[in-house]
Design a protein. Sequence first.
Length: 350
Amino acid sequence: MAIKFGRPIEMRDPAPRPSAPALDLTVRPRRNRKTEWARRLVRENCVTTDDLIWPLFVVEGSNQRVPIPSMPGVERLSIDQVVRAAERAVRLEIPCLALFPYTDPTLRDEHGTEATNAENLVCRTVRAIKNEFPELGVLCDVALDPFTSHGHDGLIQDGCILNDETVAVLVRQSLVQAEAGCDVIAPSDMMDGRIGAIRAGLDAAGFQDVQIMAYAAKYASAFYGPFRDAIGSAKALTGDKRTYQMDPANTDEAIREVELDLAEGADMVMVKPGMPYLDIVRRVKETFAVPTFAYQVSGEYAMIAAAANNGWLDGERAMMESLLGFKRAGADGVLTYFAPQAAEKLKKQG
Ligand SMILES: NCc1[nH]cc(CCC(=O)O)c1CC(=O)O
Ligand SMILES: [Mg+2]
């Protein structure tokens, strides 16, 4: 029996047993928890490396690893370092990476023009990964926020985020990413109708096999804060995203959003954030029985990492317990910044 924290209480030196009348219990649930082998035998859920998608932040340059203060342990990587991370993912058997660019501020404009540049940082990163590790899955986020001077996911006019005009740009962004070799297009923008438009655009260009993972139920959340630091949109962002991301108070609306994205051709759907929205994960999985993912977002990572760094939590156990929570809620997989640490731990356990 592996005992990590000293001898179990049951095995300590016998102390005089306090006396009490025996309860007349037929059912004693503790019997199944008595030993490690029995706990293993009755265990209902597990996390495996197959469940993990590893999000990475990319920055221009070479040999760059730039720490992100609000995400302790996470760095922005230049392309050569992303390729090293890809190598680590392959070694750990993590199925898929997700890429997010830190766009040089001089390349950001009101229209997010750089998003559709076939030579942008994300497209060059996809080619570099695919060149060395063609068997590793690569997912690209589709939205304009890393590329706009105002930090919003879409085009703005008179303070309004334009829906249909934004969708036209997102289709072109998806096409340059697919051309670069991206396997999974993951629209995170929450414009209406973008899944159908992107599916049609991909198909017309011969990319029938490129998958779409829709950020279908994405909430206007405070937990994205550290991510916005990481991609450099936090300072730029004017206002909030509540006219396109969902109200955290809603759950029926999530079902309608997922239904639409599936009807428009999504192969997989995602709920985001993760831990505060496990009820949504469960409802989506039970309602649609399709591949359902959760995003354990930057703020969720930051909470656990910061508490662990302060010695307030056992970081490894909190990490694994949080990932298990997603599986228990019905998720098929999790986008998580813990992916490499979790995969290392799972590999050690064998
Ligand atoms: N559309 C961009 C996008 N894609 C993923 C995240 C958040 C991921 C995280 O917090 O880890 C965001 C932030 C936002 O919508 O503002
Ligand atoms: Mg929608």
